[in-house]
Design a protein around this ligand. Structure first.
Ligand SMILES: C[S@@+](CC[C@H](N)C(=O)[O-])C[C@H]1O[C@@H](n2cnc3c(N)ncnc32)[C@H](O)[C@@H]1O
Length: 232
């Protein structure tokens, strides 16, 4: 699963490929924000989903329904946060979730135990995945990429670790959500304010990818972008 040349430390029982002293720019900034809010993240999200969409399932369904996950498929979520997407997916698949925030991963560890979901959690940057090429049957991302240091690199990494023929899915907030919600949220303290970054990264998808489709979903608050890695 892991590339032989990538070295990791076990931190809180989670494989960590990050030396936090080496994080820079937005990756450092958002790692700190998510570390700070991790304890309250789920509670606030559930409240938000209830108010805006009538529940978490209704929020996640418009994008998770893009994924076809068969029993025993190896599934990667980049920026898994507190692990909530796994709760709505095929329980017989084999899950891996990566994230830059150890505090978010620790919440995920707790949740997955409670929900009896078996997933490997990995502490790394989305731009620097420690996995072998062509390893995963399903690769998706929901939330975070708008403010990554290097969206292009993260997309190329998702493509690299996906098997040929895999559908990749990228979901994040639109500028509307930044304007209408994030800017007014005192807990986010200066994060997520740049609405220009909240655009669909369709121009970053390599031309050889197939069936590239994007759509605005969730009452205009989120976008989804899906494409297929071609067979070699
Ligand atoms: C909005 S949360 C999404 C959590 C989860 N995917 C969900 O749908 O609920 C965004 C996550 O992206 C992570 N993140 C931010 N920048 C990252 C990066 N460069 N690499 C990996 N994860 C990152 C944050 O730590 C946070 O957990």
């Amino acid at each position: 699963m892991f590339l032989k040349e990538k070295k990791y430390k076990l931190v809180n029982g989670i494989c960590s490929f990050i030396d936090e002293k080496e994080l820079t720019g937005d990756n450092l900034k958002y790692k700190k924000i998510y570390d700070r809010i991790a304890w309250a993240y789920n509670l606030s999200q559930r409240f938000f989903f209830r108010i805006k969409f009538g529940g978490e399932k209704k929020f996640r369904e418009p994008f998770l329904s893009e994924l076809t996950i068969r029993d025993n498929d190896k599934v990667l979520e980049v920026s898994t946060g507190t692990g909530d997407n796994f709760r709505f997916l095929n329980k017989k698949a084999v899950y891996t979730g990566v994230d830059i925030s150890m505090k978010m991963l620790l919440q995920a560890k707790r949740h997955l135990k409670r929900w009896k979901i078996n997933a490997t959690l990995v502490h790394c940057e989305g731009e620097n995945l420690p996995f072998e090429d062509n390893y995963f049957d399903v690769v998706f991302h929901c939330g975070g990429i708008n403010y990554f240091n290097d969206k292009q690199k993260a997309i190329l990494e998702m493509i690299r670790v996906a098997k040929s023929g895999t559908k990749l899915l990228i979901v994040d907030e639109t500028d509307k959500l930044v304007r209408e919600n994030y800017r007014k949220n005192p807990f986010l303290k200066g994060g997520f304010t740049d609405e220009a970054k909240a655009s669909i990264p369709v121009n970053l998808i390599p031309l050889q990818m197939q069936d590239i489709k994007s759509e605005i979903i969730c009452n205009g608050l989120m976008y989804k972008l899906a494409f297929i890695k071609p067979t070699a």
